[in-house]
Design a protein around this ligand. Structure first.
Ligand SMILES: CC(C)(COP(=O)(O)OP(=O)(O)OC[C@H]1O[C@@H](n2cnc3c(N)ncnc32)[C@H](O)[C@@H]1OP(=O)(O)O)[C@@H](O)C(=O)NCCC(=O)NCCS
Length: 222
C-alpha cells in the first residue's frame, strides 16, 4: 500500500510549493461538486483579501451565497489543488449574459491562498482564463482591481490590458485575440493533463486514508 502511494506521489509534478516560472501547473476546471472546497478556500481569505476579491468586505454568509450561485454551465471556474485536494487558488470567468452579443465580454476574478502567493499561480490562472475566454469567442476580458493591488495590476499590465483608474478602483480591459487551432489544442492538452493530475492526487489521498493513523502522521511530518 505504502509503495503504491509513493509511486503515485512520485508521478505528481513538483510544481506545488515553489515559484513555478516555466514549470507546468495543473489547472483544473471546477464543477458543482467542488462548491465545498471553493467555500473553504474563499472563507479562509482575510478581510483585506475579501475586499480585494469581491470589491466589498464580504461576510461568510455572502461568500457562501456567492459560491451557491456560481453558474457552472454559463461560466468557467478553474482551480489549483494541493496534494490534499484543497483549493490553493481559483479563478472565476463570468460570461456577461446581457448585451447585444451575450458572452463577448467576460469578467475575471481570482484569489490565491495566502500560503501559496508569489509562486506565479495568479498569473497562471489569468493566462489560462485568457485562453479559455478566447476559445469561447469572448472579445473582451474585464477585471475590477483596487488601486493599491500591485500584484493584480502587474498581472493585467503584463498581459497588455488597458487600465483606467477611478478613485480607489481601477478597471482593466483586455482585448482578446481570436482563437486559433493552437489555443484550442493548448486548452485540450492542459485539460487532460490537469484531469490526470487530479485523479492521481485523489488516488493518493484514498490510499493514504487506508494507512494506519500513526503511519499517516509520520508521513505528514516527513
Ligand atoms: C492578486 C493575487 C491573485 C496574486 O496572486 P499570486 O499568485 O501571489 O501572484 P503571482 O505570484 O502570479 O505574481 C503576479 C505578479 O505580481 C507580483 N506580486 C506578487 N505579490 C506581490 C505583492 N505582494 N506586491 C507586489 N507585487 C507582487 C509578482 O512579482 C508578479 O509579477 P511578475 O510577473 O512581474 O513577476 C493574490 O495576491 C490574491 O489572491 N489577492 C487577494 C485577492 C485579489 O486581490 N484578487 C484580485 C482581484 S480580482
Amino acid at each position: 500500500m505504502t509503495r503504491q502511494t509513493e509511486t503515485l506521489e512520485a508521478a505528481l509534478p513538483r510544481a506545488v510549493g515553489a515559484r513555478v516560472t516555466g514549470a507546468w501547473v495543473p489547472i483544473r476546471n471546477l464543477s458543482p461538486q467542488h462548491r465545498p472546497r471553493i467555500s473553504d478556500h474563499l472563507l479562509a481569505l482575510n478581510e483585506r483579501d475579501r475586499l480585494l476579491r469581491f470589491g466589498m468586505l464580504a461576510t461568510d454568509e455572502q461568500i457562501r451565497g456567492y459560491v451557491d450561485h456560481i453558474d457552472f454551465e454559463r461560466d468557467l471556474v478553474f482551480g489549483i489543488f494541493d496534494r490534499r485536494l484543497e483549493v490553493l487558488a481559483m479563478a472565476h470567468l463570468a460570461f456577461e449574459p446581457a448585451g447585444d452579443q451575450p458572452g463577448t465580454v467576460v469578467e475575471f476574478g481570482v484569489s490565491v491562498s495566502e500560503r501559496a502567493r508569489g509562486r506565479g499561480y495568479g498569473a497562471r490562472l489569468f493566462d489560462h482564463a485568457v485562453t479559455h475566454a478566447r476559445n469561447r469567442g469572448a472579445k473582451t476580458m474585464m477585471i475590477h482591481i483596487a488601486r493599491d493591488n500591485t500584484a493584480m495590476l502587474g498581472i493585467v499590465r503584463r498581459a497588455g490590458a488597458d487600465v483606467q483608474f477611478d478613485g480607489s478602483e481601477a478597471v482593466a480591459r483586455l482585448l482578446l485575440p481570436q482563437d486559433t487551432l493552437g489555443s484550442q489544442i493548448e486548452e485540450l492538452v492542459g485539460h487532460q493533463a490537469a484531469e490526470m493530475d487530479y485523479r492521481i492526487k485523489m488516488q493518493v489521498l484514498r490510499l493514504d486514508r487506508l494507512r494506519p493513523p500513526c503511519l499517516r502522521q509520520l508521513a505528514d511530518k516527513l
